[in-house]
Write a protein of this length. Structure first.
Length: 440
């Protein structure tokens, strides 16, 4: 059986979006011919939200190697909070020792702590071991440099991260033996910047979802901030971060709601919108990002927000208890939200507010799982408002038969469940090893 060293700085019991692919895949690597060993940062040196319930979803006997990181109480004096920067030397040291003492066939980086990807170059030069990169988000992006984009967040830290990406991304991807991505657009961008990457084995492999998470989610206690439910109300739910690229879609939604209040005030009062886990920070440290948009649109009475990160299983539990799941799109057309897949597993009606020609639009069309409201940023939104008003009416009527798209359940099982996606990963692992052999 081949062995893969998986570098994932975030790992349970830390709940972070960029470790979910690894967590869901771990039960299926061995049946596909690969023994995984996880290299991660120990919990005491993490600054994320804890979700100890996730430990129960890991396969028995899994080997996890923990490293230290610079303590935040020290590194913050230097303005460094990034886990990748704080743990880089420790990951390098421990990873080097593992690769020197044990036989591994591949290193797999699955993380958005981008600076850690550069370890692949060092280990390949020293040990000749191939490595593969999982592109969950773009390391280098020109989103904030596009006309009409918002001012980038983070000040000098953003500029430092941008410089780091400019210097390291090219060498890191050119030396990789394979690249996987959640979005075809991310691969296209890399190939355009670095023509040599066109020859590198690659695959678009979505995040997907694990059916095994459902019973764990049902078993956890109900969240203390669960929204009250009065008779006749329809509860819309969005779970996850609300970044600076989402307010366009929220403005369309809330403007349509305000117009609906004018037309159907009694019905509009029954529509409740909940946004939970809208930032990545711990409880008490988050700032609302949705409520200001709702207030500007004069619909704040219908909206509430929990502006801190919540657990994955807790989020899934809330989704199972909702009436409608919201999917606001992003003005970044390459955005591919991983929450689509657990949303699908719940079987709940979905409302997708999508930018035309976006990856999200094509994905929801492919799955036929959501009522779609399409729009462009620089066009009148009257058609979108009309579609939303129609959806509000359907929701208030309990979604009569035939009012929602017919889901492609067989297609979803074949392409978006964790066991099948892990098989696809392992196929790419084999191609990476073969390609590396051809490059020596």
């Amino acid at each position: 059986m081949k062995r893969v060293l998986i570098v994932s700085p975030h790992f349970p019991p830390i709940n972070a979006p960029d470790m979910q692919r690894v967590r869901m895949s771990l039960p299926f690597y061995r049946e596909n011919g690969w023994e995984p060993v996880v290299l991660t940062v120990g919990e005491p040196w993490q600054d994320g939200v804890r979700e100890p319930e996730l430990m129960a979803t890991l396969p028995p006997g899994l080997r996890v190697v923990h490293v230290r990181a610079l303590p935040l109480r020290w590194s913050r004096f230097l303005g460094i909070g990034n886990l990748g920067l704080r743990s880089w030397l420790f990951l390098w040291s421990t990873g080097t020792r593992l690769l020197r003492r044990e036989k591994f066939d591949l290193v797999f980086f699955s993380t958005t702590q981008f600076v850690t990807l550069s370890l692949g170059i060092l280990w390949r030069r020293r040990f000749g071991i191939p490595y593969i990169i999982d592109v969950q988000d773009p390391w280098r992006t020109d989103y904030y440099e596009r006309p009409g984009s918002r001012k980038p967040p983070g000040g000098w830290k953003y500029q430092f991260a941008r410089l780091q990406a400019k210097l390291l991304e090219g060498p890191t991807f050119r030396a990789a033996s394979a690249v996987m991505s959640v979005s075809p657009s991310y691969l296209d961008d890399l190939r355009e910047r670095y023509p040599g990457v066109r020859l590198t084995p690659s695959a678009v492999i979505r995040f997907g979802a694990s059916r095994g998470d459902i019973p764990f989610a049902r078993a956890i206690p109900q969240a203390p901030y669960i929204y009250p439910r009065d008779a006749g109300e329809v509860h819309f739910l969005y779970t996850g971060a609300s970044g600076p690229v989402m307010p366009h879609a929220l403005t369309v939604l809330f403007t349509a709601l305000r117009l609906y209040q004018e037309r159907e005030p009694a019905g509009a009062r029954r529509l409740r919108f909940h946004f939970v886990g809208t930032s990545y920070v711990a409880p008490g440290r988050g700032k609302p990002s949705v409520m200001p948009v709702a207030a500007l649109c004069d619909v704040a009475a219908n909206v509430d927000e929990v502006p801190h990160r919540i657990g994955h299983l807790e989020s899934l539990r809330l989704q199972l208890d909702s009436d409608v799941l919201l999917l606001p799109g992003s003005s970044d057309l390459a955005y591919s939200p991983s929450k689509i897949y657990p949303y699908y597993l719940t079987g709940k009606p979905m409302l997708g507010l999508v930018f035309r020609d976006s990856v999200m639009e094509s994905l929801l069309e492919e799955l036929s799982c959501a009522y779609l409201v399409r729009f462009r940023q620089a066009e009148a939104k009257d058609e979108a408002y009309a579609r939303l008003h129609q959806f509000f009416g359907l929701a208030l009527a309990g979604f009569p038969a035939g009012s929602l798209p017919v889901r492609r359940d067989d297609y979803f099982r074949q392409h978006y469940l964790a066991d099948e996606l892990t098989r696809q990963q392992c196929e790419l692992f084999e191609r990476a090893v073969a390609y590396q052999g051809g490059r020596r």
